[in-house]
Design a protein around this ligand. Structure first.
Ligand SMILES: O=C(O)[C@H](CS(=O)(=O)O)OP(=O)(O)O
Ligand SMILES: [Mg+2]
Length: 228
């Protein structure tokens, strides 16, 4: 089993793990406790149109701020606090949902909250190649996604001694071993500073809770559901 690391686009036609820890992957993993279906959209207009067709709750952001007219922003803590009977969440975000459009493999959703669970699931689902795909921030490298991917790759390597881990993937593991440094990097990152400025500091703390969830989202036929 090959384990690699990529940026924005996957290098695997087998299994990809999309990592956007601030915040889309964390938001999706939290939302799977409340919604049976999460439909990623690529523009706010698509999201409004879909809501008019299928109903549900509409969530998302641009530049980190809740989109005008949406029920919720791209916030895992706000989703946890939101009460609804709806079973569908429509979600559009700047980076995480955007890169799903180009994925031509089985796609799992990874973050720190589900690092061990998504590592285990990827080894069950993959035949030969698991690629961790960092979402980044507006087509630029994001340190938080590199570190979160490193934690997931670390979990994979613990469960799979025979896995061939690429040097790029190994560097993410090495960079993510000192958790105090990881936490600092999250808060000082481009995304972290943006979120602090918007009053979303709780979401940063929430995203750092390792293995707080067993939810593993799988993206198939334009819908994200819990991988059972
Ligand atoms: O909503 C977020 O946290 C980010 C946007 S920004 O980096 O805060 O500007 O979007 P995501 O698609 O979750 O990376
Ligand atoms: Mg992000």
């Amino acid at each position: 089993m090959k384990v690699t690391l990529s940026f924005e686009e996957t290098s695997s036609s087998d299994v990809s793990i999309m990592v956007d820890v601030l915040r889309a992957s964390t938001t999706i993993t939290a939302a799977l406790d409340k919604f049976s279906k999460i439909i990623p959209c690529f523009t706010p207009e698509d999201a409004f149109k879909l809501k008019s067709e299928v109903g549900g709750v509409i969530a998302g952001e641009r530049k980190g701020a809740k989109i005008e007219g949406f029920d919720i922003g791209n916030s895992p803590t706000a989703i946890n606090d939101f009460s609804t009977d709806a079973d569908t969440l429509i979600l559009t975000t700047s980076n995480g949902t955007r890169i799903l459009e180009k994925m031509n493999s089985t796609v799992l959703i990874g973050c720190l909250n589900n690092a061990e669970a998504v590592a285990e699931a990827s080894l069950k689902v993959a035949e030969s190649h698991i690629d961790l795909v960092m979402a980044g921030v507006w087509e630029k490298f994001a340190i938080e996604d590199f570190l979160a991917a490193g934690e997931i790759i670390h979990q994979i390597s613990k469960k799979c001694e025979e896995c061939e881990i690429s040097e790029y993937a190994k560097s993410a593991v090495l960079a993510s071993r000192d958790f105090e440094e990881v936490k600092k990097a999250f808060y000082e990152s481009t995304s972290g500073n943006k979120l602090k400025g918007l009053g979303y500091e709780d979401d940063i703390a929430y995203s750092l809770a390792k293995n707080s969830s067993k939810n593993v989202g799988i993206y198939e036929n334009n819908i994200i559901k819990v991988l059972l």
